[in-house]
Write a new protein. Structure first.
Length: 324
């Protein structure tokens, strides 16, 4: 099969012909129809996540069709493969409904080969049925930007005035969910990024402006999707007493030193790690009811490096998707 392969940190992906994966017990073999590109893929390429398998196929927002294997899905079924690829089911986290924190978890496109390829094998217990009504390309970003964005939103509580910092793939989906829930959304972007600010307003945000500038009013909660540590004190400063700041990314640059006063008043700062299968089921049931509209920019598989470059440069409108 054709795949884009990462040989080590700091390298470009290269096109390669790999042996077709052989599905083990309980695994399905999928023909990949589309695979979303995630900020996490960049963190892996850059060596900021330090435990990838040595020769790696990236990609953890996979939409594919079942070719063989497993019992849960039939041949030809459309299936989604997310970041959480396997858990042990036995550790204290798995046994307490927190499989996202599993000590031995294996992640798709990190410790297991992912979807920047024509074929992928996945543990069927961690796959999702894709809601009808979403074409393959539009469904792909739901599988990480959507799922992890949704978990981030849930952990922020149900405050009405919601700030979203970094308006990329996750934010453009979660903004729609938040508006559907009756919240008021304030979008914080890079200074002067008028195109993204316009995009946020189109998706229902009532205000869009500079992330490091003052908010138009106090927020009840803030979600941070951009991997920039300086947004943490900025968001804490923007939330009211008792408000939450939730960091939705897997990696962030260092958080600058800040006065305790920013956290005082029972403000809460927390991260979100991975997803549970329950998050996925819940979000994929909700998305068509909102309905969440996904804006995608597509790249043929062999141009995956270009997709990553454009994501790095903040040039992607919505979400990038590679198509084998
Ligand atoms: Zn992701
Ligand atoms: Zn576990």
């Amino acid at each position: 099969m054709r795949a884009m392969v990462l040989d080590g940190p700091g390298r470009r992906l290269h096109e390669a012909e790999l042996a077709a994966p052989e599905p083990g017990a309980g695994e399905v073999l999928l023909g990949v129809a589309a695979c979303g590109v995630c900020r996490t893929d960049l963190h892996i390429v850059d060596g900021e996540l330090t435990e990838p398998k040595p020769t790696l196929v990236l990609g953890h927002q996979i939409v594919g069709r079942v070719l063989a294997g497993g019992e849960r899905f039939g041949e030809g079924d459309r299936v989604g493969v997310p970041w959480l690829g396997w858990t042990d089911g036995t550790c204290r986290y798995c046994r307490s409904g927190r499989e996202n924190l599993c000590d031995r978890a294996a992640f798709t496109g990190y410790q297991r080969d992912g979807g920047y390829a024509q074929l992928v094998a996945a543990d069927e217990r961690f796959c999702f049925a894709i809601p009808a009504g979403y074409p393959d390309l539009q469904a792909a970003p739901l599988l990480c930007a959507g799922l992890i964005g949704f978990r981030t939103l849930k952990l922020a509580g149900d405050g009405e005035r919601l700030g979203i910092y970094g308006f990329g793939a996750a934010a453009h989906l979660i903004c729609q969910v938040a508006v559907h829930e009756g919240r008021r959304v304030f979008a914080f972007t890079r200074a002067g990024d008028e195109e993204t600010q316009r995009f946020a307003l189109e998706l229902g945000a009532e205000w869009a402006g500079d992330a490091l500038g003052p908010p138009p009013e106090e927020l009840d909660a803030a979600l941070i999707f951009a991997p920039a540590g300086e947004l943490v004190p900025a968001a804490l400063k923007a939330v009211a007493k008792g408000g939450s700041v939730v960091c939705g990314g897997i990696h962030m640059s260092d958080i600058p030193q800040m006065p305790y006063e920013l956290l005082w008043g029972e403000r809460v700062l927390r991260s979100v790690a991975n997803l549970t299968r329950a998050d996925g089921e819940q979000f994929l049931e909700l998305a068509p009811r909102v309905p969440v509209r996904t804006e995608v920019e597509t790249f043929p598989l062999e141009r995956a490096n270009e997709a990553l470059d454009r994501l790095r440069g903040g040039e992607i409108h919505g979400a990038a998707v590679v198509v084998p």
